[in-house]
Design a protein around this ligand. Structure first.
Ligand code: ZN
Length: 466
């Protein structure tokens, strides 16, 4: 009798234990893993849904059709224009096709649909997605890029809404199956790479924004009175660094050095700003850190150490050296500065709806954090406006609109320099309907190609504003 009791007791304990484990597993699965599982494009439940559900459509913010399903095949009416950001759904899923996969395949169950499905085997309809993207920006950017390699992103700083995301070269997502072999084989141009999120570039002179911030951080409250007499060139221990065209900028302070992008000034600023201060400023802004962003992206790198050669140090203070960043990240920094130091999470999905137009999920702006002191951003904004008023980006000057930014020329060992521009545009100091952007034109050589592209973005901004 006792032996039997003991057996029952053991068996019961085992069952209770297994049950507890099962519950824990389920809780873990639903609470912790749910998000990862639902967006995992290889999730078998979703793959099964694809047999039952017609994948929903994707629209820009003004209901321009960007992706639809025709006779079971995915169709992209805009061809390569949205290739990277909207992505593709065969050969794995990328871009919005991956990001919004669960919504696009969310079956619209209703009595009629259930009957049709049960009796005639008709598929359910998935939900449509409306993006934050605006085709007017995207189209103007493609035209301005004229087939040159590079990347452009436009963000609304107060909300984090991404208005445009364009990379070149692209590909035709309608032909992803036919062209797959040649697209993956083309390692020289990497047409499948989303350069906005995953293209890692040396920042060049746009990094002077971060060097300036590091200087502000270090001197908190003190006047930023460091001066340097620029002769157009600086010769250090085993290196020589020039200003653009070897222009001698004379005896200048921080503001003028920023407007004119004086290299020797910022190299000399290393006597004031320690490597640690520079790294702290960079890391506070997201270098070496994960970004708050839902799509796949590359992490920016800042690798300078105190022990490195004078050349490596000098180069890093002006954005050369081993520092690497993405257009996405630099646009986030520009956006944060424009938004008085507050970083909003950049996002692409605005809302989903069923075929009747009923709203299903609304995605809201998400506050990330206050990254820069408001006072510092006011000063930085002024300096960036100075770049357009009297510095290296005067073609962007407008009568009734405020444009600010920073130009950059990024040297790279293999070919011609890249041209960068990051900045913002707004109608008044207090304007909430502003935009921020990052533009890079690869291998464009000397000159301000990125400023030309930005000019077209600002034109659209002016046209759109009522
Ligand atoms: Zn200079």
């Amino acid at each position: 009798m006792d032996k039997n009791k003991k057996t029952i007791y053991i068996i019961t304990s085992i069952f209770i234990g297994m049950f507890a484990l099962l519950i824990l597993y389920l809780v873990y699965f639903t609470a912790v893993k749910q998000k990862q599982i639902s967006v995992n494009p290889y999730n078998t439940r979703l793959n099964n849904l694809e047999k039952e559900v017609i994948r929903g459509d994707i629209y820009d913010t003004n209901m321009k059709l960007l992706a639809t399903t025709v006779n079971g095949k995915r169709n992209y009416p805009k061809g390569s224009l949205y290739a990277h950001v909207v992505g593709y759904s065969e050969r794995g899923k990328t871009g919005v096709e991956a990001l919004a996969n669960t919504e696009l395949l969310y079956p619209d169950y209703n009595v009629v649909a259930l009957f049709k499905n049960a009796f005639s085997g008709q598929k359910f309809q998935g939900r449509d997605i409306v993006l934050t993207l605006d085709d007017r920006y995207q189209t103007a950017i493609e035209k301005a890029m004229k087939g040159q390699k590079g990347a452009v992103i436009v963000i609304e700083p107060t909300t984090g809404k991404i208005k445009a995301m364009y990379g070149s070269p692209g590909f035709d997502p309608n032909r992803i199956n036919e062209d797959w072999e040649s697209l993956t084989a083309d390692t020289k141009n990497s047409p499948l790479l989303n350069r906005v999120t995953n293209g890692l570039y040396p920042p060049g002179s746009i990094f002077k924004v971060i060097t300036t911030l590091a200087y502000m951080n270090q001197e908190k409250g003190q006047s930023l009175d460091f001066k340097h007499d620029c002769t157009g060139k600086i010769i250090g221990d085993g290196y020589s660094i020039q200003c653009y065209n070897e222009t001698a900028h004379g005896n200048i302070g921080l503001k003028e050095a920023f407007y004119k992008s004086c290299n020797t000034y910022f190299v000399k600023l290393s006597s004031k700003v320690s490597v640690k201060s520079l790294r702290d400023a960079a890391e506070k802004l997201g270098f070496n850190q994960p970004l708050h962003f839902d799509m796949d992206y590359a992490k920016s790198r800042f690798q300078l150490k105190e022990t490195e050669s004078p050349f490596e140090k000098a180069a890093t203070y002006i954005g050369q050296g081993r520092t690497l960043t993405t257009p996405l990240h630099m646009a986030m920094i520009a956006s944060c500065i424009a938004n008085d130091g507050v970083m909003m999470k950049p996002y692409l999905l605005d809302y989903s709806m069923n075929k009747k137009g009923n709203l299903k999920v609304k995605y809201l702006p998400q506050y990330e954090k206050a990254m820069i002191d408001e006072e510092m951003t006011t000063d930085l904004q002024e300096m960036m406006i100075g770049v357009v008023k009297e510095g290296t980006a005067t073609p962007l000057k407008r009568k009734n609109i405020i444009v600010g930014g920073k130009t950059g020329t990024a040297q790279n060992e293999t070919s011609e320099d890249h041209s960068w521009f990051i900045g913002f545009a707004k109608y008044s100091v207090e304007d909430k309907n502003q935009i921020a952007f990052a533009v890079i034109v690869e291998n464009s050589g000397n000159g301000v190609k990125a400023v030309d592209v930005t000019d077209k973005i600002v034109n659209v901004y002016q046209e759109i504003k009522p």
